[in-house]
Each structure stands twice: as C-alpha cells, then as structure tokens.
Design a protein around this ligand. Structure first.
Ligand code: ADP
Length: 284
C-alpha cells in the first residue's frame, strides 16, 4: 500500500443516499405469496375431488347400464318370435344405443383414470405392446383385410397400461378411418430425434431434449389440417356417427397419456391422403 493511498483513505468520506423502510412492502409481498400458496392448495384439492367424482360417477353408471342391457337381451329373447319387423328394429336400436352409451362411459372412465396421473414408471417394451394390441384386434384385421407393419420400437420408461391404451387408440383409429374402397394400411415406426430438429409446430420446451419419435401413419380418409388440434379435445369428432362409430374420447386419452409421460403428441393429415400421429417420449 503506498503512502498516498493511505492518506486518501484516511480522509472523511461522505455518502449520499436515501434510506427507505421496506418492512411494509416485504410484509405485503409475503402475505401475497402465502395467499397464492393457499389458493393453489385449495384449487388442487377441488381438482382432485372433481377427478374422483368423475371417476366414481362413470364407474357407478356402468352397473345399472349392464343391468339394462341384460334385461333388454332377456326381453328380446322372450319376445323375438312374436315381434313384427318394426318392433324388432326398435329393440335393435335400443341395444345399439346402449352399446354406444357403454362405450362412452368406458372411455370417460379411462379418461378420468388417466387424468389421475401415473402410479409408477417401469421399463416398457413398446414392441410387445404393439404385438399384444394387434393380437387383440386379430378379428378386425382379418375382417378389414388390413395390413399393419411395424419397425423396431424402443423400450421406454412409463406406465405399461397407459402406453398400451395410447397405441391401441392410435392403431384402432388408423384402421377405423379408412377409405371405403381401400383396405387399411397402418405403419408404426420410431426413431430417436433431437427436439430442435423435429419438423412440426412443437412447443419450445420440447426443443431442448432428445426424444423417441413414434409415428402411427395410415392411408385412410385423413382430415383437414385446420382440425389437427381440435381432434384432441374431448368429444370432438370430425366424422358422423352413422359413418364411423366412436365417442370422440380416444385422442383426448392419448394426449393425457403422453402428457403423463412428459411427452408431446400431434397430428398431421390431408383430406383423402391419410393421417399421421406423432408422439415424442423422452429418452432416459
Ligand atoms: P373417435 O374415434 O371415438 O371419434 P377420437 O378421439 O379417437 O374419437 O378421434 C377424434 C376424431 O378425430 C375422430 O372422430 C375423427 O374425426 C378424427 N380422427 C382420429 N383419428 C383419425 C385418423 N386416423 N384419420 C382420420 N381422422 C381421424
């Protein structure tokens, strides 16, 4: 230290500034934070209760519907020899409507189950799931003369039941929305990709990591690209019941499953030129 600096540092210093008491502001900020935490806790509770309610409502509706269905079947059995054509048609329509209601309740139950999240992550072999799903669909595949191909699929960490549901919904849609004059073809493929290299309008947060990109592509009727987001909303259908049976819940379930696995799903299509459903699942 030189002598000049020592002398300079001994000179009296004048500090100019303002002092403000921020106790009140700090108190207000703390109070606000506390209020937000309380509200978030309350909202989460209400949300959980609502999910539980939807689950039990759909679950409890199944039982009476099963009974109605059973009694109608009995009635049909006893009455069928005496029924004229018109009344036969009416009872058939009742049975068909019950079938639709049952499918809707089943789908809503699956949906509300899926909103409850994932109970545990385990190693899931996607190839086994696809084989299993196709095995279950054997009758439909034969009936439609469908051709389903799949390449090498990865193993991922996830909920086996939910991932099965996801692939089942996408594959069965690929088979269902086929052109009347053409047998359905569905191709399931996968590759590892860098989020930032993915084509398609994916949210920014998915640009950072590596993903398995799983694609379920068909040669069916396709859809208007403007509807690509809408079809994932619950009970949104682009095609009429009379043409294609369905509840409009399958893709909402698929989206929920993908969200539960920290992934992203989107759809690409052109009218008359097939549809492609793409899923990003994180690489561990
Ligand atoms: P659902 O098939 O029971 O109607 P989804 O939620 O699975 O319900 O699908 C919603 C809508 O998206 C369908 O009604 C259909 O209009 C459209 N869609 C789904 N998959 C396909 C596909 N592979 N090709 C063309 N349209 C599709």
């Amino acid at each position: 230290m030189n002598g000049k600096y020592l002398l300079d540092s001994l000179k009296p210093h004048i500090l100019v500034g303002t002092v403000k008491d921020i106790t009140e502001e700090k108190k207000a900020a703390d109070l606000l934070e506390q209020k937000i935490e309380e509200r978030t806790r309350e909202l989460k509770l209400v949300n959980d209760q609502l999910k539980q309610f939807t689950y039990s409502a759909s679950h409890d509706l199944q039982e009476p519907l099963r009974k109605i269905s059973y009694f109608i079947d009995m009635l049909m059995l006893n009455l069928s020899p005496t029924l004229n054509e018109q009344n036969k048609k009416i009872t058939e329509r009742i049975q068909h409507t019950i079938g639709r209601m049952r499918a809707l309740i089943d789908d809503l139950l699956t949906y509300s189950n899926t909103t409850l999240g994932v109970t545990g992550f385990e190693e899931v072999v996607l190839t086994d799931i696809v084989k299993d799903v196709l095995d279950d669909m054997e009758a439909t595949l034969i009936e439609k003369g469908a051709d389903v191909k799949f390449g090498e699929l990865p193993n991922v960490k996830g909920d086996h039941r939910q991932l099965r549901q996801l692939l089942q919904n996408l594959i069965s849609n690929g088979l269902k929305y086929h052109k009347k004059e053409q047998a359905p073809e569905v191709i399931i493929s996968a590759q590892t990709v860098d989020g930032k290299a993915v084509d398609g309008n994916i949210p920014q947060e998915f640009k950072k990591n590596k993903y398995h990109l799983i694609e379920v592509k068909d040669n069916g009727i396709g859809f208007d690209p403007d509807d690509a987001d809408r079809i994932f909303r619950r009970c949104q259908r682009l095609h009429g019941k009379a043409e294609y049976e369905g509840t409009g819940v399958g893709l909402a379930i698929a989206q929920k499953v993908v969200e539960n696995h920290h992934g992203y799903i989107w759809a690409e299509g052109e009218p008359g030129a097939g549809a492609s459903f793409k899923v990003l699942l994180p690489v561990e």
